[in-house]
Design a protein around this ligand. Structure first.
Ligand code: ADP
Ligand code: MG
Length: 277
């Protein structure tokens, strides 16, 4: 088994890339479930109006459900919208609903519009009675006000990169936005992690992309690459993460290995992996 010791601080990680379909949501929910399976307490904030993270975590998010929309627009406390995933008591989700699609526009006229998620999250974390080890924010595929709220609330940025043509395209725009946030809104935000997703080692292209990304970001890229796997793409249709759906599949193993790496990057946390008895 895996024995983890965590710092006691809450690490707030935003999973962002303005490209769609690169594995943001898949990485958010599976990383969160992997961390939870090792005993970490994790909150996923679903900031995408599509609500795919809420679906994958088996959490109801119909239009009547109190959601991140109510937090951002109507000052609901996060505690009032958080649900527990049926998958694990350690796995929490602040769901998104379709209303969030309007929030991008509605936020424009709000006071402190870039800080609304951060303010709500700070209050939530201060009032929590149980510890929370990770908050992982799933962003929509844009650099609008929803993503800017995530960047303002987070300490760390995790960028999933799909091992395909044009993998690095758009990255300079993303990193430019991060620099702007660091300068004006959140000095603690930093790019901590790059995760290579949908890796198919049989293709020369995937190998080349992985090499190229590692050359540019030697510190940030995780050793673990997430393989392209049917089990990973099937899991959400069962309202599950791949950790619950097929815990022995290559995708589940990779997300657990990535979770171990991410825990280990915090100097005050440790991971001990023992042989299975
Ligand atoms: P994003 O949130 O960046 O738009 P998703 O996480 O929704 O991307 O992934 C896009 C599509 O790719 C989804 O259909 C998802 O099931 C699939 N997918 C993601 N990761 C993998 C993987 N490792 N293997 C196979 N399919 C994957
Ligand atoms: Mg998504």
């Amino acid at each position: 088994g895996v024995d983890i010791s965590l710092s006691g601080r809450t690490r707030v990680i935003t999973v962002s890339n303005q490209k769609g379909g690169v594995g943001k949501t898949t990485s958010t929910v599976n990383l969160a479930a992997a961390l939870a399976s090792m005993g970490a307490r994790v909150l996923v904030i679903d900031l995408d109006p599509q609500g795919n993270a809420s679906t994958a975590l088996g959490v109801p998010h119909d239009s009547e459900t109190p959601s991140v929309y109510d937090v951002l627009i109507d000052d609901f406390p996060i505690a009032d919208i958080v649900q527990t995933s049926p998958e694990s008591p350690n796995l929490l989700c602040a769901p998104s609903t379709i209303h969030l699609a309007g929030a991008e526009i509605e936020l424009v006229s709000q006071v402190a519009r870039e800080h609304r998620l951060k303010t709500a999250l700070d209050t939530y974390l201060t009032e929590l009675t149980e510890r929370l080890d990770f908050v992982i924010i799933d962003c929509p595929p844009s650099l609008g006000l929803l993503t800017i709220n995530a960047f303002t609330a987070a300490h760390e940025l995790l960028i999933p990169i799909q091992c395909e043509y044009y993998a690095l395209e758009g990255l300079s725009q993303l990193l430019g936005t991060v620099r702007m946030i660091q300068k004006h809104l959140n000095t603690t935000l930093h790019l901590s992690t790059i995760m290579l997703t949908m890796y198919d080692g049989r293709t020369r292209l995937a190998q080349q992309v992985a090499e190229e990304v590692r050359e540019h970001f030697p510190e940030e890229v995780l050793h673990t690459m997430i393989p392209r796997s049917v089990r990973v793409s099937e899991a959400p249709s069962f309202g599950q993460t791949v950790i619950a759906y097929d815990g022995q599949s290559a995708g589940a193993i990779a997300y657990r290995e990535a979770a171990v790496e991410i825990i280990g990057r915090d100097k005050d946390s440790s991971v001990t992996i023992e042989g299975t008895p």
